[in-house]
Design a protein around this ligand. Structure first.
Ligand code: NOJ
Length: 580
């Protein structure tokens, strides 16, 4: 539950957010492409998970094909792409979600537009109003030839610069060349972007997941980055070989975030911001120091989300997980971190976990890891299909090469392709394309292994991952210690990871066996006498955890049950007020 939205004095919310990738969620008009009415049809399912909110990946007008980067190249921020439906469809979705008490966050692609956006087309033509909306620079001479203005690289490979024949200059793009970087160092460009955001906030969206925040501003002098290993040109010229002294992660982004916050605060109801901050200074590694700069309680975002847990598996072991917890505690001492369980950019969680665990124990290991994720400090984003333990679709066995959609297939090769985690949601094992769409040409094929994990089958199985995740989220909501307390590590050796989550409302012991053999502990091995008593444990008792088992102990305080209301519930959804 969003504590700040409830009116407590907690600065950063504690939320469970469900990520929908609209192209592959549910196809309502049978054209093979997921759409907004398809999401609306599945709101009861989303609600049944117990999440607080939905983040919908971009559904704005975007170029067709690879240039659109799955919607992350926006041609017009105020239009819904016809592939996803109409503006009315979106308004209906908003209304229906609110009627179910679900908050709706749209994706805000802040750092770049598409190259067919009106702003870019005018900028190319040196239109006085738009000429500096993007980052333009003259060629630099290199060995007697024209070369890009500096050594910055694109995340998707090659230089971060493309020469424009009209303007006779290079423009900056941190991703595809169809995604020119907005010049957010300029106040007037910030104003224009804030105005576009306002359009959606006024319509009633509850906030944004803000894309690629570390890429929002760059060094105005366009100085070269230094190389992490060796000196150019004697190094592999890839993005992650540089230290990002100048290209990204600039202090101006923090000031711009302050302006985003002012906009959010100008609304009487709570508007939420979740910044994607997955890149660190050293070739993208170690994102937390950067992510934490964006969440100042008064001037920053509600949350920054990182991929820090997306490498965790039982193989990481207790010490590896404890290190991650210490890093979160160090950089987010007052909360504001949001972890993501999977997403549309990285491989599926279940395949990572399964890789180090024998088949018979894989479901147990997955469940243990889910409990771990949901008891770590911070909010949680759950990506569609992770609640079904979907495995990564394989190329070409599950997705033939000619069906691939992800543009990185062209720039970075098959190893980097993200389609493996973007295949359709399997809703019904008895229907074509597992109920995602009746079309003969679905967005991507549904892997055979996913049909066996379809929602209809998991609904009927009390031991399924789906029912497990529902119970886990319901349980999490009853644990005040998980809303805002520190995690204190008690044990990080052998197979056992144990930590305490404690605040003035609750003490909660979280213990995990990260191995395939059972293990045990005695309370006094981990806890002092008072805590043992508080938790209702007994000194000398043996607590045994089976293979990949866990032990969560801590009585939540009795919640007040509301007195039955004599009146019927209001027809309009409740307006969620901000914390004072
Ligand atoms: C992060 C998004 O999640 C990813 O899908 C996209 O390609 C880049 N940002 C560029 O917008």
């Amino acid at each position: 539950m969003n504590q700040s939205a409830k009116g407590s004095d907690q600065a950063h919310p504690s939320e469970v957010i469900y990520q929908v990738y609209p192209s592959s969620f549910n196809d309502a008009n049978a054209d093979g492409h997921g759409d907004i009415p398809g999401i609306t049809q599945k709101l009861d399912y989303i609600k049944s998970l117990g999440v607080d909110s939905i983040w919908i990946s971009p559904m704005y007008l975007s170029p067709p094909g690879p240039d659109g980067d799955g919607g992350y190249a926006v041609s017009d921020y105020r239009q819904i792409d016809p592939r996803y439906g109409t503006m009315q469809d979106f308004k209906d979705l908003l209304k229906e979600a609110h009627a179910r008490g679900l908050r709706v966050y749209t994706d805000w692609v802040v750092a770049h537009t598409a190259n067919d956006h009106e702003w870019f087309e005018k900028s190319q033509k040196n239109d006085p109003k738009y000429k500096d909306y993007y980052v333009w620079a003259d060629p630099k001479e290199w060995n007697g030839q024209d070369a890009p203005p500096n050594n910055w690289k694109s995340v998707f490979g090659g230089p971060a610069w493309t020469y424009d024949q009209d303007r006779k200059q290079y423009y900056l793009h941190h991703f595809l060349k169809s995604q020119p970087a907005l010049n957010l160092n300029k106040r007037e460009v910030q104003d224009a972007v804030l105005d576009e955001m306002k359009f959606w906030l006024d319509m009633g969206v509850d906030g944004f997941r803000i894309d690629a925040l570390p890429f929002a501003t760059c060094d105005e002098k366009l100085r070269d980055n230094s190389w992490l290993y060796g000196t150019w040109p004697n190094v592999n010229e890839a993005w992650d070989q540089q230290r990002f002294d100048h290209s990204i992660i600039q202090p101006e982004t923090v000031a711009f975030i302050g302006r985003i916050r002012e906009l959010m605060d100008s609304y009487p109801e709570k508007k939420t911001t979740i910044g994607e901050a997955t890149a660190g200074v050293e070739g993208g590694r170690n994102p937390l120091p950067v992510a934490s700069r964006y969440t100042d309680a008064k001037k920053g975002l509600d949350m920054s989300y990182t991929w820090i847990v997306n490498e965790l598996s039982p193989q990481t072991g207790p010490y590896g997980v404890a290190e991650i917890i210490r890093t979160i505690e160090k950089f987010f001492p007052d909360g504001g971190h949001c972890l993501s369980i999977g997403c549309h950019d990285i491989p599926r969680t279940f395949s990572r976990i399964a890789a180090s665990v024998p088949p018979a124990q894989q479901l147990a290991a997955q469940k243990m890891m889910m409990k771990l994720f949901f008891t770590l400090p911070g909010s949680v984003i759950l990506y569609q299909g992770e609640e079904l333990a979907l495995d990564q679709a394989r190329i070409p066995q599950d997705i033939p090469i000619d069906k691939l959609k992800d543009p990185t297939a062209q720039t970075q090769g098959l190893g980097a392709v993200r389609d493996g985690s973007r295949t359709p949601m399997p809703w019904d094992s008895t229907k074509p394309n597992a109920g995602f769409s009746p079309s003969n040409d679905p967005y991507l094929p549904v892997p055979a292994s996913h049909v066996k994990k379809a929602v209809d089958l998991q609904e009927k199985d009390p031991n399924s991952m789906l029912n497990f995740v529902r119970d886990l989220i319901a349980w999490r909501k009853q644990q005040p210690a998980l809303e805002n307390s520190k995690a204190t590590i008690l044990r990080e050796s052998g197979p056992l990871l144990a930590y305490l989550r404690k605040n003035d409302k609750q003490t909660l012991l979280c213990a995990f066996n990260m191995s395939g053999q059972s293990t045990s502990f005695k309370p006094e091995d981990l806890l002092d006498d008072n805590t043992i008593k508080e938790l209702g444990l007994t000194k000398g008792q043996t607590v045994t955890l089976g293979a990949y088992g866990s032990f969560l102990k801590g009585e939540p305080p009795q919640r007040q049950t509301a007195a039955p209301s004599p009146k019927p519930p209001p027809k309009n959804p409740p307006v969620i007020r901000k914390a004072s």
